[in-house]
Structures are given as structure tokens and as C-alpha cells.
Unconditional design. Structure first.
Length: 100
């Protein structure tokens, strides 16, 4: 079975191989890109990347949860969760039969 996860190191190597930047510059580029997304998402609560999708933050209220084994009830605290909704263009790319 093929590997299913993509690491930052894989992205850095891809930029290094395709664009030709040094690995240090490639790493800096990827780190800056990801931190820009995270910082803007924290500030704006929603980010749209054209032809890719939309990241948003939703607040989940606290609720009662149960341990399925012991049946013990516990309160799950209130927290923010990140949601992703793929754009139609991205969905079309994923579902296209051509690998080009």
C-alpha cells in the first residue's frame, strides 16, 4: 500500500527539485506559506484560497462525552475547530480521470 501522508520535508524536496531553490530557501518558503495561512486564519476566522478551498474556524460548545469502554461521562471542553471545504475546481481535479 502506498504512503498516504505528505510531510513538510516532502514539500520542501518538491520545491527544491521543481524550482531549483536551495533546500534552506525551499524550507523557508514552505514555513512562511504555512505560517501565513495559520496567522490569517486566527485573525480572520476564514481564508479562501482560489481554486483550492476555504478554511474556517468554528467554535464547538462544551458537551458531555462518554468513554465507550468504561461508560464514564466526562465534559469535553469548549474549543475552536478548523473546517475545510474544497472548491468545485479542486473537486473536479480530484475526480478527473486524466492524470495530466
Amino acid at each position: 500500500m502506498p504512503r498516504t501522508n505528505l510531510t513538510k520535508k516532502d514539500l520542501i524536496n518538491s520545491v527544491y527539485m521543481q524550482i531549483g531553490f536551495s533546500k534552506n530557501i525551499s524550507e523557508s518558503l514552505i514555513e512562511d506559506f504555512l505560517s501565513t495561512i495559520v496567522e490569517n486564519l486566527k485573525k480572520e476566522k476564514k481564508i479562501k484560497l482560489s481554486k483550492f478551498g476555504t478554511f474556517s474556524i468554528r467554535n464547538k460548545k462544551s458537551r458531555i462525552g462518554r468513554n465507550p469502554i468504561t461508560k464514564e461521562q466526562k465534559t469535553i471542553s469548549q474549543r475552536d475547530v478548523v473546517l475545510f471545504k474544497a472548491s468545485n475546481e479542486f473537486k473536479d481535479l480530484v475526480n478527473s480521470k486524466n492524470d495530466s
